[in-house]
Design a protein around this ligand. Structure first.
Ligand code: ACO
Length: 335
């Protein structure tokens, strides 16, 4: 993103939603061979929310979106574009159109972005392009995931980490003086895709195909935890430093660091490498675990509601995850 911004982008409002069902580490340790102590010391997670059959991705995304719209006093029909960041859609062809219908945003174009835990950052950057080039005025960005549906609940290495949720942010075109989104940095390394994925299991051979025994399906989340950890703590600080440098900003000017809520040890290691004190870290990981594309907007909405963020605060937001993908957006809080 160029620093000579003529068309600004401002954050009008945020919203979030999580399922009612809460599973504590204690409940998990009654089901599988784990303990609250192991999970909490290795990840910082205490509990997570899980969507049961009657709570869908679309319902959570709609609740989060409607909260943001009500807060901004914007009607759904005023939305020009909806971007839904999710890797667990209701429909492989995409779920954004269902969200559009559910909230009655019938004038909006709607599409999905699939980029796992980086999805929300990439969606914000995409939305920003459409606003800056004058194509759209009101854009709704939602990050939502129900990874609980893709977890092997007998695999203690992965099932303790994830939870379900949704978060929304409403963006609007504004003058350059009111601009909230200062710059971004996005990266991908597809050579390491195998460290974190949900494999597609296709038809094995022609006979299989012709007998229609299999339509193809996906496996469970698999992860090389150590490699993902190393990737996150090396690449995320680099991304943040590059982004700050491109805007002539220094680490000392950063008021808040909001990272994808993957794991407390990753959050602390990134803050340490950047020399950012822990009180500047925003985290709600203990309550929700890793909610993938929802984690950043969920934590942002909570921080705003708690009144943490003040006028003029500089916000560094970074997502990272499967792909492998990672990215940073720098925001200035101007209401
Ligand atoms: N409960 C109890 N013991 C466990 C559990 C569990 N839930 N999971 C693994 N163990 C055991 C293992 O079996 C192993 O036992 P062994 O030594 O007898 O074989 C031991 O604990 C150590 O296992 P490791 O896999 O080496 O555990 P590690 O110290 O690497 O911690 C963790 C695992 C927390 C996942 C770590 O690798 C990590 O932080 N990785 C970062 C990845 C991450 O956060 N991913 C989130 C999703 S990706 C994203 O959002 C970007």
């Amino acid at each position: 993103m160029k620093s000579s911004i003529t068309q600004g982008v401002r954050i009008l409002a945020t919203g979030s939603a999580v399922p009612d069902w809460c599973i504590s580490n204690k409940i998990l340790s009654d089901l599988i061979d784990t303990s609250d102590e192991w999970i909490f010391t290795r990840t910082g997670i205490k509990e997570r929310r899980i969507a049961l059959g009657d709570t869908s991705l679309i319902q959570m995304a709609s609740l989060a979106a409607m909260q943001a719209l009500r807060q901004a006093s914007i009607s759904p029909v005023e939305i020009d574009l909806i971007i839904l960041a999710t890797s667990s859609p209701n429909d492989l062809f995409g779920s954004a159109s269902q969200l559009q219908a559910e909230i009655g945003a019938n004038k909006a174009v709607a599409f999905d972005i699939t980029a796992a835990c980086s999805g929300f950052v990439i969606a914000i950057v995409t939305a920003t392009q459409f606003i800056q080039n004058g194509s759209y005025r009101n854009v709704l960005v939602v990050g939502a995931d129900v990874l609980s549906k893709w977890i092997d609940w007998s695999d203690r290495r992965t099932c303790v980490l994830f939870g379900d949720g949704a978060g929304a942010i409403l963006l609007q075109a504004c003058s350059s003086i009111q601009n909230n989104i200062l710059g971004f940095q996005l990266d991908t390394n597809g050579e390491k895709f195998d460290h974190l994925n949900i494999h597609y299991n296709g038809n094995k051979d022609k006979a299989d195909f012709l007998s229609a025994k299999s339509n193809g399906n996906y496996g469970y989340i698999t992860m090389n935890g150590k490699e993902v950890y190393k990737f996150a703590v090396s690449k995320v600080p680099d991304s943040i430093m590059k982004c700050l440098a491109s805007l002539n900003l220094s680490i000392e000017e950063v008021n808040w660091l909001l990272l994808h809520q993957a794991n407390k040890r990753i959050l602390h290691a990134v803050a340490d490498r950047l020399n950012i004190p822990k009180y500047k870290l925003i985290s709600n990981l203990a309550k929700y675990g890793n909610t993938s594309a929802a984690s950043i907007p969920l934590a942002l909405d909570e921080a705003i509601n708690e009144g943490k963020i003040k006028q003029g605060d500089l916000f560094v937001v970074s997502g990272f995850g499967a792909g492998l993908t990672w990215g940073t957006v720098i925001l200035k809080w101007i209401c």
